[in-house]
Structures are given as C-alpha cells and as structure tokens.
Design a protein around this ligand. Structure first.
Ligand code: 5AD
Ligand code: SF4
Length: 435
C-alpha cells in the first residue's frame, strides 16, 4: 500500500508531513511520488493567506475523481486550513475520509490506526524498519503554537498556544534524524526562539543540539525579534555548528504599521538588533518576511518599508500581499484597494530582488563551505543554494569556488583543482587538499 503527500505552506507543515509520513511507514505503507500509484492521499493544508487555502481546496476537489478510479483509496486532509474549516470541509468534500486539524497532528498516528484498520504483516514491518527518511537536512520540531496575537495572523487560532517539547525529546529526535542520514538540523517552531522548558532556554537548545555526534550544522526557523537575546546571538557566533544565517520576519518598516500589527518592537529596535548581529557575525545573511498593504498603510508607511529594505540590505526576503483572515483583529479594519496592494507588492519585490542579486553577485570568486544535500546541489553555511559542478557526494562538506550567480541559486566548482573528493579518497589522499 502506498501513500502520497502534498504539502502546502511553511516548514512547520513540511515537518508535520515528515512526521505523518513516519507514522504511515511504521504502519507498513511506502511513500510514492506518483499519485496514480497511491492508495492514501494526504493533503497537508495551509491557511496563512486565502490564496494558500484556495489552492489546497481546489486540489482536494480534484481528488474526488482520483478516489473514484480505484476502490479502497483514502483521502486525508490535515493542517491549518483543516483546523480552521473542519465542518465546511466535511460538508463540501464528503468523500474525504479523515480530517486532522493542526492542533491534533500529534494524534495522527492513532487516528490513522482507525482509518486503515488493519494489522501489518511481518513482511511489511520489516519494510517499515528499512524505510527511512534519508534527508541530509532534517527538521526537528521544538515547539508548537504561538502565544502572540499579531493582528493579521490566523496561526494562533489554528495551532493554539505554545507547547514545548522537552530537551530529552528534542535530542532523541535529533539522534534519530542523524541515524537516518541527517547532517544538518533545523530547529522548528512558530516563534522558535521563545523556547522554554524546565531550566532550558533557546540558547541551551542550540548548544545541546550542536554537540549531538554527527550534527555538522544547526539552523532554526522562525525566530521572533523579541527573543533574539544576547545569549542567542553569542551562541550563534561562538558555536561552530550554528550557521550564520537568519530568517527574521520584520513585517513592516513603519512604526505605525508595526503597532497596528501588534508586533512588539519598533523599526529602530529591529535595525539595532540586525546591526548587533552583523557585528558579531559579519558574514551573516539575513532574510525576512514583509506584508504589504496592511489596512491603513499609507504611502509614507510603505516608503518606510522600502527604505528599511534599502538600509538593511536584506540578503533575500518573502513579500506577501496582505490577506484578510476571518476572525483575526485586522479583519475588522478597512482593506486597501487591491490595485494599491498589487502595486506595492511589485515595487517591494523589485527592490528586494535587486539587492538579493547584487549580494549574490558579490559572492562570485569566493570560496564557500557547502554541505551536499542531493545530486549536485548543496547549501552554504549562509544558506545559499549552490549547484556544484564536479564529482560530489551526498552528505559531504566540501569547499566550493563560486563561479556565477543566478536568480535563485549559485553555481560553483570544487575548490581543489582537478582532484574531486571522491577521487581523492580513492587515491588515498595527498597534498593536504582536504579541509
Ligand atoms: N496576510 C499576508 N501575509 C501574512 N503572513 C501571515 N499572515 C498573513 C496575512 N494575513 C505572513 C507573515 C509571516 C509569514 C509566514 O506569512 O509575513 O511571517
Ligand atoms: Fe503569527 Fe505573529 Fe505568531 Fe508569527 S508571531 S505565528 S506572525 S501571531
């Protein structure tokens, strides 16, 4: 029996999909990348913006035919849109076999037990043990939910209040991922750096995960500016496994908008924070999320966002058009005309892309440490995706000379002459080319 997973939304959802995949594998199912082969279709949905929800719903609509073409097929809908619209989903798509909202993801194992209602054969169990997630870069969820109430955001409603996993649980999961082939661990949570459990805070977690044998790199997503404490910055700067890259959502460059959004920092505080981090880690890359067209955003507010992007020189960023989420405080405010939102979105995108390209071009000619994730692709410590020309091996950390920069990726070649690491090892190694 095979299953197919379709994931919408953020890394939290990707991690949840991986988790659900592990449950299904433990039940003897095998993952496929061909929906035609699958008997179980899992659609993990997102509701952060209306567009994301609409895409998931039209996909679910198409599954009616998919389900009818072979008997015994099951459709499972999970995640944030499932949490928000459970009753509506069941009503509109009666062929859906199971709905698991984002708050109940941890019950997924038990729920599928009932859905599939069958015992594994020994053969299948054997298979389940062999079938592992062999991703070089793996996610480990450290907390769920969010205690903030940013006025535009639906997340606290669909994912609930914060709950933290224990240090032991996180370290166990890290060791499991390493055993399955991971070399890079990304700690995940909606406001990941607000982590607190027993006497441990986020900086302790970074230190502890970094020294798990086999872990070469540690990242985290998504931090909240409020919890970027000096001890977190110092840990980043001093623990060698923690990478010099940070995705730190700012949302707006205007203090009026930040206040209306109920973000608990000012433009000046955010900018000071970035300066402090760049001082501690000069080579660090910083990316962000920005919402344009929030209700009440004037042209002057929007200019503040543009000037902030210009001043901070973000390495890249996601620009979102404001989308009203029913039930959030901002849903009561009057929306800006759609053309204004579109136009600001376009201008903001152009600016952030122009800076991002200039920054990538500056890397041409430099040498970067790249962890090879798949085929010829890897990432720098600063989180640039690099296509490496040459003979490279998955999970190796290699030195790469950057030869060119494209829109989304860098191009590079191994920085050790004609000797590839693979050949080098086969030849017994010489000349100290390996670093
Ligand atoms: N409209 C547009 N963007 C949103 N985000 C969250 N809620 C909304 C919304 N209602 C963006 C924020 C957040 C990212 C994950 O999605 O920028 O950081
Ligand atoms: Fe949403 Fe704000 Fe929580 Fe982020 S911190 S998930 S934007 S409420």
């Amino acid at each position: 029996m095979k299953f197919y997973v379709r994931t919408y939304g953020c890394q939290m959802n990707v991690a949840d999909s991986n988790e659900m995949g592990r449950h299904l594998r433990a039940r003897g199912l095998v993952e496929t990348d061909d929906p035609d082969e699958a008997s179980v279709m899992l659609v993990n949905t997102c509701t952060v913006r209306q567009h994301a929800e609409d895409r998931a719903f039209s996909e679910i609509g198409r599954l009616k035919r998919w389900k009818a073409t072979r008997s015994g097929r099951k459709v499972v809908v999970t995640g944030c849109a499932a949490e928000r619209t459970k009753a509506y989903l069941e009503d509109r798509f009666p062929f859906v076999d199971m709905v698991v909202g984002a708050k109940s993801i941890e019950d997924f194992g038990q729920m599928t037990e009932r859905l599939l209602d069958r015992r594994e054969t020994d053969e299948e169990l054997d298979y389940a043990i062999r079938s592992v997630d062999d991703k070089v870069a793996a996610f480990v969820t450290v907390m769920r939910g969010c205690n903030y109430s940013c006025t535009y955001c639906i997340v606290p409603y669909v994912r609930g209040r914060e709950i933290y996993h224990s240090m032991d649980q996180i370290l166990d999961e890290t060791r499991n991922r390493v055993r399955e082939g991971a070399r890079e661990i990304t700690l995940l949570g909606q406001t990941v750096n607000s982590y607190r459990h027993a006497q441990y805070r986020f900086a302790h977690l970074l230190q502890a995960v970094s020294v798990v044998p086999g872990v070469k790199r540690v990242r985290y997503i998504s931090p909240h500016p409020y919890y970027m404490t000096d001890s977190v910055i110092e840990t980043m700067a001093t623990v060698p496994q923690v990478c010099e890259a940070l995705h730190l959502p700012v949302q707006s460059g205007s203090n009026t908008m930040l206040k209306a959004m109920a973000r608990n920092y000012t433009r000046e505080q955010y900018m000071t924070l970035i300066a402090k981090m760049r001082q501690a880690m000069p080579e660090m890359t910083i990316s962000t999320d920005i919402i344009v067209g929030f209700p009440g955003e004037t042209d002057a507010d929007f200019q503040q966002t543009l000037s902030m992007i210009e001043e901070l020189q973000f390495d890249w960023g996601f620009i979102f058009k404001y989308s009203t989420r029913e039930g959030t405080p901002a849903a009561r405010f009057d929306c800006l005309p759609q053309e204004v939102i579109e136009e600001r979105h376009q201008r903001c995108l152009e600016l952030i892309d122009r800076i991002a390209l200039a920054k990538r071009l500056r890397l041409v000619g430099t040498t970067q440490e790249v962890l090879v994730e798949e085929d010829d692709f890897g990432r720098t410590r600063t989180n640039y995706k690099v296509h490496v020309n040459g003979n490279v091996m998955q999970s190796e950390t290699i030195r790469v000379r950057i030869t060119s920069a494209h829109r989304a990726t860098l191009e590079g070649e191994l920085d050790n002459g004609n000797i590839t690491f693979k050949n080098f090892r086969e030849e017994g190694g010489c000349a100290g080319a390996r670093t």
